[in-house]
Design a protein around this ligand. Structure first.
Ligand code: BES
Ligand code: ZN
Ligand code: ZN
Length: 471
């Protein structure tokens, strides 16, 4: 299915179906109000009413603001894809709603059919967005940029959705290499012997029981005169069984998504390079599989991390922070960045704290939190700050090592995990670093907003919005 921006009056576009977004208060005065009323259509948000004979698909919205239009466009595209119509048209009502419509159509219409032997083929071939009375070239730029970010979000979703027998640390490294080749990025992969030379013992311990070697992936996008240098770090647990602190069977299902931080980082660098932003980006990914076996790392082990901080392992299921500890330390040595952002499906506690629809944001800089929150609002991704404090920090104390990998109390588990990472952020970088816990937002088994079953691509739209506005 293609989506086109056309500089014409909507009535001059030849399509089978006209899409109309309708608020409750517009229902009464509308041309088809009688028939809509008879059909029981109340213009509730995310409901649709198909007037087949008229060739109109009505979509209810609470408002014509971006968040509501994005969600309604997602419902609309699902409805259209289940019909046998080939073409549809929408009139773009304002500049600011163009992005929301494109995101709703691309992200809401996304399907992952890789493993279906007979995927349904939608008849829908083309959606035309009619823009008239606006500056067309300005809209064309918005349209193209939105498509780049939405497609990068789908790229992230595709990798997360792949099964764990297909995506392991080594094949994830190949995915990164292919992306580097396609988008002219620099790429360096550290294999286990390289990681050993780097003393990345915390990361290596987590992957030890896996038959797939762990890998550290470093991609870089380097434009000629960058305004800023950004380091992105992604948790790439291609599978998290919990290790010897084995997860319960029902909690283990969906743990292929523990690589979502890594995949978000790949999607972000893909989008930034295609948008040709004047920002240097370094993506560092810790690609590891957390398994069980005779050589598995154990609760009670003490690991000497790359930064020399010793870590008492009390739970092998708190493995993401161990991987990130070493990758963050490595990244800080390799790149002097203006900002360091890590993305990780780090804690179930983040979901308990914020629900499944909101990413947890942690760090020290209030200004940076504020700027990122604004990008959250503008991008349609919800984020909320979880505050560090000295009392929670004490819970990470270990009797025998410098720090424990789990807190002594479960409350505030997302924050204690963030504070564990903070231990590996150097003083000069404290105000440059933010941690994004995407455990709740990266994956869904029930559709919401423009997210369909499976990976959501959380972090991609948000970071692209932030990076586009960077001064
Ligand atoms: N990958 C999980 C976190 C997670 C849970 C992500 C659910 C998405 C959905 C992480 O490695 C983990 O297992 N964390 C533990 C930490 C605990 C042992 C301190 C958790 O959240 O239970
Ligand atoms: Zn875990
Ligand atoms: Zn994990």
């Amino acid at each position: 299915m293609s989506i086109k921006l056309i500089n014409k009056n909507i009535s001059d576009i030849d399509s089978e179906i006209l899409i109309e977004f309708l608020k409750k208060d517009e229902l009464v005065g509308c041309e088809h109000s009688d028939i809509l009323q008879k059909a029981g259509f109340k213009a509730e948000q995310d409901t649709t009413c198909f007037l087949y004979e008229k060739g109109i698909l009505f979509c209810g919205v609470d408002s014509k603001k971006s968040d509501d239009l994005r969600s309604a466009a997602s419902c609309m595209i699902k409805m259209l894809k289940s019909s046998n119509y080939k073409s549809a048209k929408i009139s773009v009502i304002s500049k600011s709603t163009l992005s929301a419509l494109v995101e709703g159509i691309v992200l809401g219409g996304y399907e992952f059919n890789e493993y279906k032997s007979e995927p349904k083929k939608a008849a829908l071939e083309e959606i035309s967005l009619a823009v008239n009375d606006f500056d067309f070239s300005e809209l064309e730029t918005i349209f193209n940029e939105t498509l780049i970010v939405a497609n990068a979000t789908c790229f992230t979703r595709d990798i997360v959705n792949r099964a764990p027998q297909e995506i392991n640390p080594q094949t994830l490294a190949h995915v990164a290499q292919t992306l580097a080749y396609d988008n002219s990025l620099l790429c360096n992969i550290l294999q286990e012997d390289d990681l050993a030379k780097e003393n990345m013992n915390a990361m290596l311990a987590v992957g030890r029981a896996s038959v797939h070697g762990s890998a550290l992936i470093h991609l870089a996008y380097k434009p000629a005169n960058p305004k800023k240098v950004i380091t992105l770090v992604g948790k790439g647990l291609t599978y998290d069984s919990g290790g010897l602190s084995l997860k319960a069977p029902t909690s283990m299902v969906t743990m292929k998504m523990d690589k979502a931080g890594a995949c978000a980082v790949l999607g972000i660098i893909k989008a930034v390079s295609e948008l040709k932003l004047d920002i240097e980006i370094h993506a560092f990914i810790g690609a590891v599989e957390n398994m069980v076996g005779g050589n598995a790392y154990k609760p009670d082990d003490v690991l000497v991390s790359r930064s020399k901080t010793t870590i008492e392992v009390r739970n092998t299921d708190a493995e993401g922070r161990l991987v990130l500890a070493d990758v963050l330390d490595y990244a800080q040595d390799k790149v002097k960045a203006d900002y360091i952002f890590d993305f990780a499906t780090l804690t179930g506690a983040c979901m308990i704290a914020l629900g499944q629809y909101t990413t947890g944001l942690m760090g020290h800089s209030h200004k940076l939190k504020h700027d990122i929150s604004r990008a959250g609002n503008d991008s349609g991704e919800m984020i909320s700050s979880l505050p560090f404090n000295k009392h929670l920090k004490k819970l990470l104390k270990s009797e025998i090592a410098d720090i424990s990998n789990t807190a002594s109390k479960p409350y505030g588990g997302a924050i204690t995990a963030g504070m564990f990472l903070d231990k590996f952020i150097r003083d000069e970088n404290k105000n440059k670093w933010m941690h994004f816990d995407i455990a709740g937002t990266a994956y869904t088994e029930t559709p919401w907003d423009c997210n369909v079953y499976g990976a959501t691509g959380a972090g991609v739209r948000l970071m692209c919005e932030f990076l586009r506005d960077i001064k």
